[in-house]
Write a new protein. Sequence first.
Length: 161
Amino acid sequence: MTAGGATRQESVRKGLAHVTSDYVVVHDAARPFVTTDMIERTLASLDEAEGAIVATPLDETLKRVSGDLVEATVSRAHLWRIQTPQSFRTEALRTAHDKAASEAIEVTDDASLIERYGGRVLVVHGTRANIKLTYREDFMIAEAMLQRATGSVREPDGPAR
């Protein structure tokens, strides 16, 4: 076990120093509904690329906004919501992290580093159920998903049944 860093990216980089396998999976604990299938499909894609990510296509309209003023509608064609898990060839990810650290580059996901330094990243279709728990509403949705999955639905003023 190793201590994390000040940022998510630094934590991954520190963790990579201890990886001895050919492949590595990066996953955010904020996504508790990951499945074994998602991990297996990303790993299987590494025969063809340096990285593979779970994602879902966008299905909402996007607007570019400044303050409260809509400036433009952005086409959602070819845009995807990126999730974790993300799987990589370990050496490719380690090299990308080292380059980014030396250049003081900060990104929001590891696939961005592979892309930045010329590697290929494939998309594996995910599911909207692989939600990220960030906002209060996300936790409410997660609780409802768990209750439905376990069959333990609580009445508003009563115990679970």
